[in-house]
Structures are given as C-alpha cells and as structure tokens.
Design a protein around this ligand. Structure first.
Ligand code: ADP
Length: 272
C-alpha cells in the first residue's frame, strides 16, 4: 500500500474564533500504481487532505502511513517523503520564477542534491514527458501560455522522479482544449510508469474519464470511495449535492468497461 490514512482529523486554528474542522475521520488506502480521483465541492477538504500526503500539513489526530511507515513517528524523514510524493499545487505557474524554463524545471532535482548534468537530464526528460516543445526550453516561463506554464510546473515535479504524483485541480482556469491536453498527458504518464497518481478535481467528467477509483469528499469527510461504477451507483445522492452529471458519467463508464473509446462533453456522450 502506498498510502494508508487512519481516522485522520484536521482542525485549522484550533481554540480560536477561526477554528475550522476541515477533515473528519478520514480513512483511505491508496495502493501503488493506482490512479485515484478525489472530487468534492470547494471547501470539502480536498486541498487540506492532499497537503497531508507529503507532510506539509500535520494531522490534528489520526495516522498516515507511507509505504507502511507512520510519517508522524519521531525521526521520520520528511525530506525523503517530499522527494517521493510530488505535489502540484493549484495554479502552480505562480511558483515559476527562474530565468528560463529549463532552469526552472531543474530547481527540484537541484534541491535534491543532484549534479548539474543529472538535473538537466531529468529536466529535459520531464519537459518531453509533459509535451512542451523544445523551442520553449530557453524561454522565460512568463512568456508562455497558461497551458504551457502548467506543463512546466508539472515537469518541475516530475523531474524529481516522484513515486506518487498529486495534482490539485491541474486544469483550473484552462480552456477545454488545454484541459484535455493536460489530462491526456497525465493519463499517458500514468500508463507509461508505475507512478501512483492522485488527481483532485471538481469535475466528475474529468475524474471519471481517468481514475481507477473515485473518492468523493463532502464537508470534510469521505462520502464515497470506490470504482467509478460503484460511486456512480449513488448518482441520485451525488446529484443532490451537485456533483454529478450522472447519466453522462454512468454511460461513459459503461462504454469504457466495454473497451469502447468515448468522447465526452458535458451534455453528450458518443462513441469515438
Ligand atoms: P477544497 O480543496 O475542497 O476546496 P479546502 O481543503 O481548501 O477545500 O478547505 C476545507 C475547509 O477548510 C474549508 O472550509 C476552508 O474554508 C477551510 N480552510 C482552508 N484553508 C484554511 C486556512 N488556512 N485557515 C482556515 N480555514 C481554512
């Protein structure tokens, strides 16, 4: 098991007027190599949850195991954890700051203490993986389009060779084409490697298209956790909390199960 979470709670600013119980009794297991989608409304706790995965946020109580080791035990190597669990934040392009794209993507591996040659090798490989054209490698990250910046930011995490890639709304603010490109690329990466992928989204379409398993968050708790089919079986409940395009997602999954390629937009489903 890559990640195991037991009865995890998280409270922001406990004991103050701003106290907020953001995560409630979360129990989750994420096996190696799985593609997991985490879906929920704004404020349901998705970002807070994923920031626990690489130790950025420490649970108020409960346990989190990475590869069977409790990350909250004394002496646990958080640095090693951060090297293995790569987190791509929302709007990651705001964290691009180096003089050119290649240098920016080298930043993570450089911090890992790798040689200049190794950093560049990994950066070039990562940029290729995210499909950024070579002509941009020496451009300033600020000259790029939104989708291109996003690719650079993802490459920056991939260059660290994470075992688990966590993406918080990687398509937020992109146009539909940019969105599909990025998600297809992530799905391709997942297929090519044994990397575990955790994709946070508020779009059931996006999640359903790629995830082996869907975790539905609601008000800080896990509401459903299962295969797309198991989760869509609750489409009426999902609809009640405004999280479903149930017919679309259900039919889509059915086609996928039959091995048929599907093309989807929000209102229609057809065989490709
Ligand atoms: P999501 O990612 O699903 O939008 P978040 O994890 O960002 O949800 O937020 C979960 C809850 O915690 C929300 O009610 C949010 O307002 C609250 N919250 C998030 N960040 C903070 C913070 N830094 N301080 C206080 N409350 C916060």
């Amino acid at each position: 098991m890559a990640i195991k979470i037991e009865h995890l709670n998280y409270i922001y600013s406990p004991g103050t007027a701003y106290e907020k119980h953001a995560l409630r009794d979360i129990c989750l297991e994420i096996p190696h190599g799985e593609f997991v989608g985490i879906i929920g409304h704004t404020g349901s706790g998705k970002s807070t949850l994923i920031q626990h995965l690489n130790g950025l946020v420490k649970a108020t109580d409960g346990a989190l195991y990475y590869n069977g080791e409790n990350i909250y035990q004394n002496g646990y190597d958080m640095r090693a954890l951060r090297n293995q669990v790569g987190l791509v934040f929302q709007y990651p392009e705001y964290q691009l700051f180096e003089i050119d794209v290649l240098t920016d993507v080298c930043f993570g591996p450089k911090n890992q203490g790798l040689s200049k040659e190794e950093c560049e090798k990994r950066a070039l490989e990562a940029l290729k993986l995210v499909g950024l054209k070579e002509k941009y490698y020496k451009s300033s990250p600020f000259e790029l389009s939104g989708g291109q910046k996003r690719r650079v930011a993802i490459a920056g995490v991939l260059a660290m060779h994470p075992k688990v890639l966590v993406l918080d709304e990687p398509t937020a603010g992109l146009d539909p084409k940019g969105r599909d490109d990025i998600l297809d690329q992530i799905a391709y990466l997942h297929k090519q490697s044994d990397m575990t992928v955790i994709l946070v989204s508020h779009s059931m379409e996006d999640i359903a298209r790629y995830a082996d398993r869907i975790v539905v968050m609601n008000k800080g708790a896990v509401m459903y956790n299962g295969t797309p089919k198991e989760v869509f079986a609750h489409y009426q409940e999902l609809e009640k909390i405004g999280l479903a395009a149930p017919q679309v997602t259900y039919i889509m999954h059915d086609l996928k199960e039959k091995g048929l390629p599907v093309k989807v937009n929000v209102t229609t489903v057809k065989e490709a």
